[in-house]
Structure formats: C-alpha cells, structure tokens
Design a protein. Structure first.
Ligand code: MYA
Length: 434
C-alpha cells in the first residue's frame, strides 16, 4: 500500500488471512518480510555510486565516535557555488514550476498521479491533490526556484520533478535552517537512466544559492544513511472497502460482519470542548506545540507563521482539532491529520482510497488515547477509509490500543550534510514530512 514513501504492504498482522488461496498466507507474508529485511541488509553492502560522493553519513562511519555530530562539510563561499544548471541530456530542459499557476499545478499533478510512489505489488499509488501540492510547496519563505521540473523539449511534456522548501529543524539543541526535499519523481519511461542524481544535484545547487547547506528527507528505500527508521500503522475506518480493494485482508477466524463491528466507532466525539482549530487559536497552538516538541531529538522549530500555514484547517488538505477547556477556555490538547488519497490501480469497483495521515498531536489534559479516538471519529465521519500513523513521537501509546495494525514497509529519515552520532529511535523523532 502506498502509505509512505516505502513500498509497503498495509497488512495488519491481525488481518492477514490464510484462507484465500490468492493471498499470501501468514507464513508467506513473513517470508516476504524476511526477504525485504535481507534485501535491506544487502543494500547496506551495496555500492551507491552517487550517494558515496555526497556529504551524507556513510554506512562505514556509523557509530564512529571520532566523527563529530553536525555539518559534514562547511559552507562554500556563495561566489563559488555553480551559477548555471547541471547538464541534462540534450532532448530535455529545466523549468521552474510556478505553483501559483493552475496550469503548472495540473501538469505536476498529472506527472505525480501517474508516476509517483507505488506499493510493492503496484496496487496503489499516491494521489496528492493539487490543493495539497500548493499547500505543501508554498510555506512561509518558500523559494519558487526550488520547485524544479524537467520537460521534453519537443513535446513540452513534464517528465521529472523535485522540490525543496525551507524549514528550521532542531537537532538536539541546535536549530538548523534546512531544505526539506520531496516529490522526487521521474516518469516511468525514463527510469534507471541516472536522471535522479542530476535532479538531486540541481536542487542542491539551488538550495546552496540561498546559503542553505543542510536538508532533510524521507524515503522508503535504504540509502546512506538513515538517521531513523520508522514504521507506518493503519487503522481501518471502512474495513469492507479496504478488504475489497486488497488493502487489508480478513483476519483468521474473522467474518466480514465481525470485522466491521471490530472497527466500528461512535458517531460523536467524547471530549468536552473538542472543536476545529481556528485562526485565533494560532498563538495557543504554537505554545502547546513548541513546548511538546522540545522533548524530541529531532523536530521542527515552528513559529506562529508556520503553525498558521501547516496546521490551520484547509479543506481536503489538513484537519486540526483541539480541546478548549469549557471552564477556563484554555487550549489544552491538539490533534491533526492530513489528507493523502491513493489511486487504486486496476480495481473494478473503486478508484480512490481516502487516507488520513496523523500529523502533530499534543495531549496535556485529555488522555492521548481519548484524543486520538476522537480524531478517528471525525475522520470516519468525514469518509476517510483508513487512518495512518507513524510510530514517531508518542504514537506508540495509542497505536495498538486503538486497533491500528502495523504495515510492513519502513520509512527512513535522512539528513544531508549533517551527521548524527546515533541512530534515533522513532519515539525520539518529532518530525513528520509530507
Ligand atoms: S522520496 C520519493 C521518491 N519518489 C518515488 O519513489 C517515485 C517513484 N520513483 C521514481 O520516480 C524514481 O524511481 C526515482 C529514482 C526518481 C525515485 N531518494 O535516476 P536513477 C538513487 C534519493 O537511475 P530512477 C523523495 O521524494 C539511487 O539510490 N535517492 O533512478 C525524497 C541511485 O543512486 P546510487 C534515490 O529509479 C527525495 C540513483 O538514485 C531515491 O530512475 C530525496 C539512481 O538514479 C530516493 N527516493 O529514479 C532526494 N531513489 O547509485 C535526496 C533512488 O548512489 C535529497 N535513488 O544508489 C538530498 C538533499 C538535497 C538537497 C541538499 C541541500 C543542501
């Protein structure tokens, strides 16, 4: 399932069936998982002709106490940054994608909808909406020049894309101005031609031109070298559809009606004072979030402008809910999720899977379990089919209890030109990238 940038299978352990001959049995599924682990360990020994040349942690350096934490290379003087773009094969040209333009946005949307991340079995593909892309790519202080496309000169067709946005990210005590890199995509017909390294070098050059020398990104593939490896969990909201489209399977000794009953949620939320976040809540939410995120080793350093952009509700893009104490009117708790549908490939009955992705959640008075159960209730009410969450921050406190099942793909977090001495556990990470 396309629940992250990993090629992951969404199956919750408790949903795996060995009753349907067409589907892997429990032991086959664990063989799959084993095969993936073997492949990951092989990739640790694999040559990375591009990544070996880049200032990223190298596998051989992992845990070497002589290497200091922090930037791997110092910044170069701006006058020495390459002024002109990298060479592309002659039939292609660079463009800067103006995400304010509806037409440009549609072109990007079309490229990604047809060519972006799929699961291992090619059953699902991320289907980021245009509104989502405009939100994700235009935060405070964004640079148009970091929204990079490649066109075929003759047909003018967009064939590749990569983006960066600026972000302040704290690593332990140090706040570092970084680029968050996302939406790297090469058209299916142009794969394995070493275009991705050129895209990455070009975005790096444009980031350097803004005097920024570090970056953060996530990927489903193992590259040198993850700072953390996380896992997605899935909470069925519409189990019948999820089973019908092959996202999940009927558990052993489970019938459809028992499964539907298992995942049933109440119609209304239970927490008094639970309501949608509004513009006037920005200062209170910022305080709550900053205070909460300060406990993690790696987290964004959000100010009020960031919170207004990233967390104020936007229809079909991001939902944020909070608890306002009915007595004191203090904002005590907060939860949020973003909307990222996936196309369902080759199913007769359904074309789209509506997924909510847990974003930032803070509980100070309402138990986290109750807060997140209310989040599930509003997601269900708004017709989401599934609610996904990574095991980052304190999410482990509610995942099992609220009937999330583990997916079997991994999401790796990376930093460019910044070494960390120890791999972080997911619960030490306070960062969610889109
Ligand atoms: S993650 C989402 C990535 N997108 C997809 O998975 C969509 C579907 N797939 C594709 O479109 C293509 O397969 C892509 C690769 C474009 C992914 N991150 O051109 P190639 C390395 C980094 O022949 P292709 C996201 O968006 C690979 O290891 N590197 O391959 C975050 C090999 O290098 P090496 C990757 O399949 C992106 C080389 O590319 C990834 O045609 C963060 C092969 O190139 C990947 N996901 O195209 C980017 N996949 O030989 C890094 C493959 O060394 C940002 N590769 O192993 C770094 C920071 C930059 C800014 C720095 C500022 C200071």
């Amino acid at each position: 399932m396309v629940d992250n940038k990993s090629s992951t299978d969404p199956l919750a352990e408790d949903q795996i069936s060995n009753t349907d001959g067409n589907l892997p049995s429990e032991s086959e599924a664990s063989i799959d998982a084993l095969a993936r682990r073997v492949q990951e360990s092989i990739s640790l020994g694999k040559r990375h002709t591009f990544w070996e040349t880049q200032p990223v942690g190298q596998f051989k350096d992992l845990g070497d106490p002589r290497l200091p934490e922090g930037p791997i290379e110092p910044p170069t003087p701006l006058s020495e940054v390459k002024q002109d773009p990298y060479n592309l094969p002659a039939q292609y040209e660079w463009i800067t994608c103006d995400m304010d333009s509806n037409e440009m946005c549609s072109e990007v949307y079309t490229l990604l909808t047809n060519n972006y991340v799929e699961d291992d079995e090619n059953m699902f593909r991320f289907n980021y909406s245009k509104e989502f892309l405009q939100w994700a790519l235009r935060p405070p202080g964004y640079f148009k020049s970091w929204h990079i496309g490649v066109r075929a000169k003759s047909s003018k067709k967009l064939v590749a894309f990569i983006t960066g946005i600026p972000a302040r990210i704290r690593v332990r005590e140090t706040v570092v101005l970084m680029a968050e890199i996302n939406f790297l995509c090469v058209h299916k017909k142009l794969r394995s031609k070493r275009l991705a390294p050129v895209m990455i070098k070009e975005v790096t050059r444009r980031v350097h031109l803004e005097n920024i020398w570090q970056a953060a990104y996530t990927a489903g593939v193992v590259l040198p070298t993850p700072i953390s490896t996380c896992q997605y969990w899935h909470r069925s909201l519409n189990p019948k559809k999820l089973i019908d489209v092959g996202f999940s399977r009927l558990g052993p000794r489970m019938t459809m009606s028992r499964t539907i009953k298992l995942y049933k949620l109440p119609e209304s939320t239970v927490t008094p004072g639970f309501r949608k976040m509004e513009l006037h809540d920005v200062p209170a939410v910022t305080r709550l979030l900053r205070d909460y995120l300060s406990q993690f080793m790696g987290a964004p350093d959000f100010d009020e402008n960031d919170v207004e952009h990233w967390l104020l509700p936007k229809e079909n893009v991001v939902e944020s809910w909070l608890v306002e104490s009915p007595e004191t009117h203090e904002i005590t708790d907060f939860c949020s999720f973003y909307t990222l549908p996936s196309s369902i490939l080759g199913n007769q009955n359904y074309t789209n899977l509506k997924a909510a992705y847990s974003y930032y959640n803070v509980s100070t008075k309402t138990p986290l379990l109750q807060l997140m159960n209310d989040a599930l209730i509003v997601a269900k009410r708004n017709d989401y089919d599934v609610f996904n969450a990574l095991d980052v921050m304190e999410n482990e406190l509610f995942l099992k209890e609220l009937k999330f099942g583990p997916g079997d793909g991994k999401l790796h977090y990376y930093l460019y030109n910044y070494r960390v001495n120890h791999v972080l556990s997911p619960s030490e990470l306070g960062l969610v990238l889109l």
